[in-house]
Design a protein around this ligand. Sequence first.
Ligand SMILES: Cc1cc2nc3c(=O)[nH]c(=O)nc-3n(C[C@H](O)[C@H](O)[C@H](O)COP(=O)(O)O)c2cc1C
Length: 342
Amino acid sequence: MLAPVIAQGGGRVKRMDARAARLQDAGMALPPPLDRLALPVIGAPLFIVSNPALVIAQCRAGIVGSFPALNARPKEALDEWLTRITAALGPGDAPYAVNQIVHGSNDRLQHDLDVCAKHRVPIVITSLRAPGEVVRAVHGWGGIVLHDVTNLRHAQKALEAGVDGLILVAAGAGGHAGTLSPFALVDEVRRIFDGPLVLSGSITQGRQVLAAQAMGADLAYIGTRFIATAEANAAEAYKRMIVESQAADIVYTPFFSGVAGNYLKPSIAAQGLDPDALPSADKSKMTFNAEERERVRPWRDIWGAGQGVGGIAEVLPAAEVIARLKADYLAARRRLAPPGAA
Ligand SMILES: Cc1cc2nc3c(=O)[nH]c(=O)nc-3n(C[C@H](O)[C@H](O)[C@H](O)COP(=O)(O)O)c2cc1C
């Protein structure tokens, strides 16, 4: 279990207190660099939406900030993004992560990995394929690999490939969500793996971060909440739709990318489609090739979001979102502490 390290007050993490707080907490600490967070949270990578401003704000507020390498376009921009992020972050900030889509249609993968090697990116988040060669490359520069999975079989394959931690994408997550209950998924994977486990799916409140830890995960992985932030690269109408939506406004469909994902129904209706009567789609449509992704419109016009939208009431700066998560997390810990405990 993670020993949570909570820095009081907004803004940057106060590292001086962190070590002491960690030592006070019983339980297994996470490996570096995950051991220096102000809150056990990773800001999840969001196609199109994540940008350096969001990542920097997340890391400065003490959670892992991340972005998909494919968001930096053209590919030469990735070097600039990483230069900007590393220049903005100091030793007291949380580490950042880069998401790599390991799929045949991602024709940038080798280029993007070379740029990550140049910057010795501390955390690489891999999606889709279990990435043996990627793991070896990242370990070569001293980074760690977290791989996202939706079921036990994929978790096993990723562990065989040597990943350092697993991200469990449960039902209700934004983007290409799984279908399993987080209770079932965390429990099954925890039985075969005692390393870092990150849980995702509809987490928008600090008390849910504590719940993720209670059920056996170490960290929470939060995506949709960060779309409705000042820094996010998303249309104002998208942010507003998230604020105005409830879980019932989310549809889970393979129609747009060939793989089932969660999307905002009003954004589908706005394109002239009936979100409650979409035909099923075929997996061969899935592509991460830059040109083909330019042509297809999911993510840009059909807006992705998880079922946690009902817990998002305002567009806020990311630092404020994280400060509120932290306050709610601490309040939940106090509420659940046994009588007489500090
Ligand atoms: C708009 C959007 C884009 C996403 N893009 C990516 C991506 O490029 N790579 C990836 O690994 N996950 C992607 N995801 C999934 C998130 O990283 C994360 O698993 C998910 O948002 C967590 O669930 P939540 O949104 O309910 O918090 C995306 C999710 C959304 C909502």
